[in-house]
Design a protein around this ligand. Structure first.
Ligand code: DC
Length: 227
């Protein structure tokens, strides 16, 4: 069977990675969370005083350091964990201090170049399902299937709120909603590789769908490709 690429793009917190993980497990594909990479770079920038409290980025310092940022993935107890220079940062990269700043880091051309190279390298020898913002438009323009996932901001904020709350984080619904609307704005309007639906993408609005329903919808599309 030839290796296939599946791109799952869309707005923040619309269940892209949940869907991509389920599909990867079902079909035996490798799952790659491209957002985790931008999050890891952001965490590195926070920890090394490259991004200030008021979101000013020391571009020269980050340019110098970017080659020293090693991002890897490992599956631990069936879950995908992101490592930054050998340290498991899976929990830290999901914290609001990272979420608040990641879109700013993701606008930088030299950061995107490194991440896209890494995304393509990790995908060379496998069938891959990757979630992100520019996977169908930039990373894999020839992907066999491109899904563009969306849901209303209220539904998305509620899901992220429930997720963080379940992890015991002290979170505020309005802050989460404001953060994701702001991220969508920055992600959609940036100059390089903005979030946008690829012309040949299939739109999946899951505002009123259960996880099972969206999974079934995507499974049917992939089965067609594999047939
Ligand atoms: O999917 P996520 O919320 O973990 O992504 C975090 C941020 O990273 C998101 O606000 C935009 C950026 N991102 C990107 O620019 N390109 C990608 N392929 C994936 C994420």
């Amino acid at each position: 069977m030839k290796n296939i690429k599946i791109a799952v793009d869309g707005f923040s917190s619309c269940g892209k990675s949940t869907l991509a993980k389920q599909l990867a497990a079902h079909f035996g594909f490798v799952f790659i969370d491209s957002g985790a990479m931008y999050r890891a770079v952001t965490l590195f920038a926070i920890e090394n005083n490259i991004i200030s409290e008021d979101d000013v980025v020391d571009i020269n310092k980050l340019k110098k350091e970017i080659k020293n940022i090693k991002i890897t993935f490992q599956t631990i107890d069936g879950k995908n964990h992101t490592f930054l220079n050998g340290k498991d940062v899976e929990t830290e990269i999901r914290q609001i201090r990272v979420s608040k700043r990641v879109s700013i880091i993701a606008t930088l051309d030299f950061v995107r170049e490194e991440m896209v190279n890494l995304q393509r390298n990790l995908s060379e020898e496998n069938s891959v399902i990757m979630d992100g913002r520019d996977i169908g438009t930039v990373v894999f323009p020839n992907a066999e299937l491109k899904l563009f996932v969306t849901a209303t901001p209220e539904v998305r904020a509620q899901r992220r709120y429930d997720e963080l709350k379940a992890k015991g984080e002290d979170v505020n619904f309005d802050e989460i909603k404001a953060n994701l609307i702001n991220r969508d704005r920055i992600d959609s309007t940036r100059e390089i590789a903005p979030l946008k639906q690829a012309d040949d993408a299939v739109v999946l609005d899951n505002s009123n769908m259960t996880r099972e329903q969206q999974f079934d919808f995507a499974v049917k599309l992939i089965e067609k490709i594999l047939a």
